[in-house]
Design a protein around this ligand. Structure first.
Ligand SMILES: [Zn+2]
Length: 248
């Protein structure tokens, strides 16, 4: 599930999509097959480069887990829901297709952070995929169900990607219709995410998003608020978390 846009390219890997003939392992080549090693990679130290990238990515993930209020809140929410994250088991830095920055693999209950693409967007990729993990743990997310997929993508875009401030600074929102612009941003991101992983028409994706939009757009669990860029919202959300039973 996700987006091919410039600012967030997270994917969730469908557990098993009966209606898709796309090979999504192309997006995450390290997932279900041994890496293909060739003489070119060895001679030009590409393997070493991948290792360095992975170490940097793991450091960034660790840093977010220690310091990002939003990531800490999601960790607490998952723990309180009985799905505690074990860093070494549930988050994996990997080389992915350049079109994506992350993914969620429900078969292994694992978040993938794309070491070659996420880089400065590790925090938003982590939170996005943690929303899918939370929905899988708490809301019985079934990624083969188009409406479930639409709902979790709406929630992820709503809580961590589409920012009110961003819309203002791009000049596409005025105080009068800012709410509509935000909703439109969320819907568009969700549609792109669906199209990235499900072999459905744009029409089907749009219909599914509009079927569940209001319910899922208003469901801000477990963050409790829409995060505005350059605001105290992340900190506030983290400080409020214990009130809702999310304790890290
Ligand atoms: Zn997603």
């Amino acid at each position: 599930m996700t987006v091919h846009s410039e600012e967030n390219n997270e994917q969730s890997i469908p557990k098993k999509c009966d209606n898709t003939d796309t090979d999504y392992s192309d997006l995450y080549p390290g997932r279900r097959q041994a890496p293909v090693r060739n003489w070119f990679d060895k001679i030009f130290f590409m393997e070493k480069y991948d290792e360095i990238q992975r170490t940097k990515c793991e450091f960034n993930v660790y840093n977010c887990i220690q310091n990002s209020p939003l990531v800490k809140l999601m960790m607490a929410a998952l723990k309180s829901s009985g799905c505690e994250i074990d860093l070494s088991r549930h988050i994996s830095c990997e080389v992915c297709d350049k079109s994506v920055t992350g993914g969620y693999d429900p078969q292994l209950n694992q978040i993938i952070i794309c070491q070659n693409a996420a880089q400065s967007r590790v925090q938003s990729s982590l939170v996005h995929e943690m929303v899918h993990m939370f929905d899988y743990c708490r809301n019985h997310l079934d990624l083969t169900n188009l409406d479930h997929l639409a709902c979790t993508e709406i929630r992820a875009a709503n809580m961590c990607h589409c920012s009110f401030l961003g819309a203002c600074s791009q000049g596409i929102a005025s105080p009068i219709h800012i709410k509509e612009v935000h909703k439109e941003c969320v819907a568009n991101k969700a549609i792109k995410s669906i199209l990235a992983v499900q072999n459905v028409s744009e029409e089907e994706a749009k219909e599914s998003v509009s079927r569940v939009f209001n319910r899922c757009y208003n469901d801000l669990e477990p963050i409790g608020r829409r995060i505005r860029r350059n605001s105290e919202d992340m900190k506030k959300a983290y400080l409020e978390a214990p009130l809702y039973g999310y304790i890290d």
